[in-house]
Design a protein around this ligand. Structure first.
Ligand code: 3UK
Length: 537
């Protein structure tokens, strides 16, 4: 029996019952991990012990931190949390900041101290923060002073949140001030591999958010699977990207994966397509993590990145349209690595490699994971049949005290909520979110397929397709189209786009309704909010 290090047993007490948890796979030799370790030791302190403390770890506007610099900061903050703010192992600590070095130092401080990091999206409002604080019973918060407003609106009377420290601030009571007086020595808590160290809130577009629980073991396992078998970055790579560290896509791509191999990471507080281009050039970044829309927007800007420092580009979060893959390749010469991941699974479990690309597919199952397409009863379907995606591996879904666990995990498999098809070569083809399948006059139509067809038209910058209720057909396909500069919406253009789709995919899939709009609604993680379009249709 492994003994927990947690004095505060909140996480253990709220794990889903064993019979509702997925099956976990640890067959790979690299997944033979010890029973006790702290993932901060593996990701950070190990490099200093191995004599690499002087190597660069983080770059940001006007600042460069080596691995030793980060360790020193993280140790000091860990001492402050424990000695001055009474933190005990297992407590939950809210982290609220744009992507910057102090956020990473705070994150490591929490992990080193054996507590549980709960990073939040910078755009969240007080009401949403309150929900997270109450679901996770948060006791401490470390907050970038530039994002203080919404924190100051919280009702402190009826809250578990007792201690708030602000950083990136020159106030007397700031974290920086405490850092100036704190010891740089800290012994990482000897946590159990199965102690929770991270709560990842799902970027779910509707309903009460769900907290996914991840162990020290999960973070290291994620570093051993997709990064080693697919990404294959080296210690000399410079990572950059847009996803917030509160999103596990960002945490993996910008902290866990670079640091697990002693590479460095560029943190941008704001990462619009234009800012990403600038950042890539300024820091000579070589590995890029961002979402399909961002790749498309960058590729559509004239000043491409051909001949730049970039060598590997990772797309996730949404389906990658084949047209975007092609645009990116034409603009940069680089074949995108598309991978599907999920907050529940921590990171990517089906992915392309650069060498093995089938446009339109998401790729093959990642080393360490198993994947299959099943019917509504969980029965595996034959190749080339559309059904529900089911996966398992060393990471998997554990919702904190949430009934929806039974929906995501069935018979030991994680059911991601996506419909997929696997071909006879083992490539997985994304169809749609299960709720985004349009059924029109008896035909199943996957919204992303119609979007992909539309995006191949020269007039279309971006688009989104939904099903709207229709008496005669049940649903009809409706497209919302953002036009490229120089094009103007008109009945003639509508007709031309409809004809274009009919000539690109099976004609019954064409959008019977088209609406031209200025901008598509998206989440902070760059996901299209189809439900918002549905509400207004
Ligand atoms: C969709 C994709 C098609 C899919 C994530 C990489 O997106 C991440 O996590 P979320 O919890 O959403 C999960 C859902 O997003 N999706 C993600 N990637 C793809 N669909 N192709 C893709 N390449 O519906 C999935 O179920 O926000 C992605 C790493 C970590 C992550 N958390």
């Amino acid at each position: 029996m492994i003994q927990t290090s947690h004095i505060d047993t909140f996480a253990i007490d709220h794990l889903p019952p064993l019979e509702q948890q997925p099956e976990f796979l640890f067959d790979l030799p690299e997944l033979q991990l010890p029973d006790y370790f702290n993932c901060a030791t593996e990701l950070l302190d190990k490099h200093i012990e191995q004599g690499n403390g002087a190597r660069i770890c983080i770059r940001a506007a006007g600042l460069t931190w080596t691995y030793s610099d980060l360790q020193e900061k993280a140790n000091k903050i860990a001492n402050i949390l424990v000695d001055q703010l009474g933190l005990v192992t297992g407590n939950r600590v809210l982290l609220r900041s744009p992507n910057n070095p102090m956020l990473v130092a705070c994150w490591f401080a929490v992990i080193k101290a054996g507590a549980i990091a709960v990073a939040t999206m910078p755009l969240l409002r007080a009401k949403e923060l309150q929900t997270i604080i109450s679901i996770a019973q948060i006791s401490h918060a470390l907050v970038d002073a530039n994002l203080a407003d919404e924190i100051n609106l919280l009702d402190s009377q009826n809250s578990t949140l007792q201690h708030i420290l602000f950083f990136n601030s020159e106030e007397n009571n700031s974290l920086e001030n405490a850092i100036a007086r704190a010891s740089h020595q800290f012994n990482n808590v000897a946590t159990a591999a199965t102690d929770t160290c991270l709560l990842g809130f799902t970027s779910g577009t509707t309903g009460v958010p769900k907290a996914t629980m991840h162990f020290h073991r999960d973070l290291i396992a994620a570093c051993k699977c997709w990064p080693e078998s697919v990404l294959k970055a080296t210690a000399d790579d410079i990572f950059i990207g847009s996803p917030p560290l509160a999103f596990t896509f960002g945490l993996g791509g910008l902290v866990l994966f670079p640091m697990s191999i002693g590479a460095s990471s560029v943190l941008l507080e704001k990462a619009s397509p234009a800012q990403l281009i600038e950042g890539i050039k300024e820091y000579k970044a070589s590995v890029l993590f961002t979402a399909p829309t961002s790749y498309r927007a960058i590729a559509l800007q004239e000043h491409g990145l051909k001949g730049s420092s970039l060598r590997k580009c990772v797309s996730a979060g949404e389906a990658l349209p084949s047209s975007t893959r092609q645009l990116w390749k034409e603009g940069t010469g680089i074949e995108l690595i598309d991978g599907i991941g999920a907050t529940e699974m921590l990171h990517i479990f089906i992915s392309h490699t650069e060498e093995n690309v089938k446009p339109g597919a998401t790729g093959k199952v990642v080393n360490g994971y198993q994947a299959k397409v099943v019917d509504a009863n969980g029965q595996e379907l034959a190749p080339e049949t559309v059904g529900f995606l089911a996966v398992k591996g060393p990471t998997g879904c554990r919702y904190l005290a949430d009934e929806r666990q039974k929906k995501y995990v069935q018979n030991g498999w994680n059911i991601t909520g996506d419909t997929y098809l696997m071909d006879s070569d083992g490539y997985f083809f994304y169809q749609a979110r299960t709720d985004d399948m349009i059924i029109s006059a008896g035909y199943n139509i996957a919204a992303p397929e119609v979007e992909d067809a539309l995006m191949q038209n020269e007039a279309v910058a971006e688009c989104a397709v939904i099903g709207v209720a229709n008496e005669e057909r049940g649903q009809i396909v409706k497209a919302f189209v953002v036009l490229k500069p120089g094009f103007i919406g008109s009945p003639e253009l509508t007709q031309a786009l409809q004809d274009f789709v009919k000539n690109t995919v099976a004609p019954y899939k064409y959008p019977r309704a088209i609406e031209f709009i200025e901008q598509l609604p998206r989440t902070a993680t760059g996901k299209l909010q189809r439900f918002k379009l549905k509400e207004n249709s």
